[in-house]
Design a binder for this molecule. Structure first.
Ligand SMILES: Cc1cc2nc3c(=O)[nH]c(=O)nc-3n(C[C@H](O)[C@H](O)[C@H](O)COP(=O)(O)O)c2cc1C
Length: 209
């Protein structure tokens, strides 16, 4: 499918067909697109949780203000941002670069120190704001890939932070749920699929300079 056709067909689903599950190979392709997302300094300051069990989806229902997507979706992705970047996290990143690119770790020392300094200059609030922004790039990649794969989605921020964190047993000192993405197949009963898209006209959105 042409990418503009796929993006025009995409809409934020309110009700999925609960009988239909995304095949594993398609799901893994979509997840790969999240993995390939760009991130500042390459640090990927997030985790991507994939909720596939019906039991966990049921548990999560009370965390959402509008749970119709959660009770009907095939899978729910939860993107969790880091609230702090610890020195051992940076070290782990550099060990990984050294391994993947087969370069001695000492060759990366200058870059590693510049990243540590950059991170040290930020408060934990700044780190979290920065980490959250990276999470939305993952979200966009996942939504885009899903649209191309003909998989429907709904991005969702409408959840109770404390409830979702408790259910997922997160360490709230260190991490926070940024955004979630329900995936599946649109239900024929979901009338939102028939609504026209409302977007700013080009002259209000774009400015060519
Ligand atoms: C970050 C983000 C969070 C959103 N949160 C919710 C949500 O909690 N519940 C919901 O039904 N839709 C949610 N939406 C969907 C938007 O309402 C929707 O994208 C917008 O109205 C445009 O409609 P469309 O996606 O169908 O084109 C969210 C969208 C984004 C990008």
């Amino acid at each position: 499918m042409n990418y503009l056709e796929a993006l025009s067909r995409r809409y934020s689903v309110k009700k999925f067909n609960p009988e239909m599950r995304i095949p594993q190979d398609v799901l893994l392709n979509i997840l790969e697109s999240g993995k390939l997302a760009a991130s500042s300094l390459g640090l990927q300051p997030y985790k991507i949780l994939v909720v596939e069990s019906d039991e966990m989806k049921q548990k999560l229902i009370p965390a959402f203000y509008n749970p119709s997507q959660i009770s009907t979706c095939s899978h729910l992705i939860v993107i969790i941002s880091k609230k702090m970047i610890e020195e051992h996290y940076i070290q782990g990143y550099f060990n990984h670069i050294s391994e993947v690119r087969e370069v001695p770790i000492e060759n990366l020392d200058l870059f590693r120190r510049s990243i540590s300094q950059h991170v040290d200059l930020k408060t934990n609030d700044e780190i979290f704001n920065w980490a959250e922004k990276q999470s939305y790039i993952v979200l966009a990649n996942l939504m885009y890939a899903a649209a191309i794969e003909n998989i429907d989605t709904c991005p969702m921020e409408g959840f109770r932070q404390d409830v979702i964190e408790e259910i997922l047993e997160l360490d709230s000192e260190k991490e926070k749920v940024t955004v979630t993405l329900a995936l599946g197949y649109r239900s024929e009963e979901d009338h939102f699929q028939h609504l026209k898209k409302v977007r700013k006209p080009n002259d209000k959105l774009f400015k060519f300079i």
